[in-house]
Design a binder for this molecule. Sequence first.
Ligand code: ADP
Ligand code: MG
Length: 695
Amino acid sequence: MTKVLVPLVDTSVTELKGVGPKNAERLRKLGIENVQDLLFHLPIRYQDRTRIVPIGSLRPGDQAVIQGQVELADIRYGRRRSLLVRLADGTGSIMLRFFHFSSAQKANMARGAWLRCFGEVRNGPRAYELIHPEVQRVAEDEPAEVEQALTPVYPTTEGMHQLTWRDLTGHALTLLRRGGLQELLPRVVLDEYDMPPLADAVRLLHRPPPDQSQQLLSDSGHPAQRRMAFEELLAHQLSLRVLRQRQRRLGAPRLAGNGRLQKALLDRLPFSLTVAQRRVLDELRRDLAEPQPALRLVQGDVGSGKTVVAALAALCCVEAGYQVALMAPTELLAEQHLRNFTNWLEPLAIEPGWLSGRHKGKRRVRLLEGLADGSIRIVVGTHALFQEDVLFDRLGLVIVDEQHRFGVHQRLALREKGAAGQLPHQVVMTATPIPRTLAMTAYADLDLSVIDELPPGRTPVTTVVVADKRRAEVIERVARACSEGRQAYWVCTLIEESEALQCEAAEDTASVLAESLQGLRVGLVHGRLKAAEKEAVMAAFKTGEIDLLVATTVIEVGVDVPNASLMVIENAERLGLSQLHQLRGRIGRGAQQSHCVLMYHPPLGAVAQERLAVMRETNDGFEIARRDLAIRGPGEVLGTRQTGEMQFRVADLLRDQDLVPDVQALADRLLVEHPGAVKPLIRRWIGQKVQYADV
Ligand code: ADP
Ligand code: MG
């Protein structure tokens, strides 16, 4: 009788010996439901238990199996009671240290006993030590029976021991031997890229033979690991391409404006566009004139002038008779855009609408009516624009600012807002530059434009890092700058999550500063002020009626006062790189030299120290993004860690960046030459998450 082979992806982990309801639940929490999932759950590192290491050759940090005879076993009463055992093998000796032990354990390690131990070597007070090693009593002449493969150590969860993992993956590998894990990459591709078949790679990674380089394995640079990362990145890339293809099939309105409104705005601007702005605007206009929905990411450093480019693209859409939605991730940023757009567009007889989550009642109803009947041509708002009851007459263009805080899913939610059977064009603007390879992977469904030039007349900001015990000097410095006619920001950042407490603390800081800076006009702005109050303070700062503006991080975005050339950021160690960069982007907008003082409260952790050093070394947003990525990892940088989007099982965007060009090229090729492989690859690696792709 032949048994029909069930694919491992359809074999529930509960069919494995040792997986009862409890373990099944634990596995499920890690996203492991079937045997294939289990096999894709790769070890984080390996231990070499394949040989017994001479004690004399051990170095701190080594993990090793040793075997020797107990020379001495003693209970010590130091700061903590501990059992100390000296083990020697003729090449040297080492101490075993136990803080918890039973009398049976102690008896087991009596003087003269032969032990085999596994543990990590550390520097002890007098000699090298193993703290709480695994211990096994052996006979003096017992043959060295050791592991045949490197021992995998799995990422785990509470209640799942490494032995259980080894057991389970052992069973899974037995099933794998019978087949059930289909090779999805065409033979020619494997040959061309010199990659092992998937099943071989999986087998090797769970039980690497002792001759495999442990170094390569722990750096995840082993060909088997790269093979799996490659396939996963490929699947991801394919899913975004397929998504993109489907969207394109839906079609979008051609938005070829006549240029009238755009010209009117350009004529009124007090500056002319930079070459980079003009180039990106041209790219946008070309996109908008196509009958397929544009999906374009516009990257540009802080202050590179993305807003005006967005406004011009919006006007292009309005000229063609369609509506525009401009969406920002926070109220404050949305308000800032509204203010800019209103200033620019009112003279052109266009009044932008405004929709935030706070709007209720009549105002909201009126706005919704205006959107539905088409009388509102441009609307600025927050996530509230996604809500179901927001309907447009002829939505032609959606502009999203600060994309990295929105997910793919939200991006797609807006597609329903288009006119029947059509999608609006989408432009995404981000002020946090993302390194190119990362952008190409994270936003593979988007075209990329970069405003890689700042408007003329900006001077780079000089940044210093000082401990907060030098606060008096810093205040002195503020006094000097302001007495010379310049203006300054004092940014308060606090540990408290509560906005109320933050605002209170900013109020305190403001009154203390006003006290010590007699004669200076000190203003205060924070998130709890009413919109009108906030606006009044900002206006006074802009016209120079306020010398020093004390603020919470609400000023991170949008604020634009060229005469402000000094910024003090308190507790700078608590902020991330991109936030620091955004904040600092508020100065350096005028012709005079600007200074940023990053004040920290010691002691400074290693990561914070590195962040502040990066800020001191460079003003280049792209460089900062690269360093940020290295410090925090892609999930954090893209803001997708919480959503789980862009979380790979095997691949690591940072580590595997160099694979991206090949992955992209191969994705293109598969779509044409091996279309049959596409769907299974997506299903294998992305599974449920791509249901959204079924437009
Ligand atoms: P960001 O790209 O950070 O959103 P903004 O759009 O807020 O930058 O622009 C920053 C400032 O630069 C604004 O005051 C804007 O009016 C101004 N600006 C934009 N483009 C130019 C330009 N070509 N020349 C001079 N100033 C410009
Ligand atoms: Mg901006």
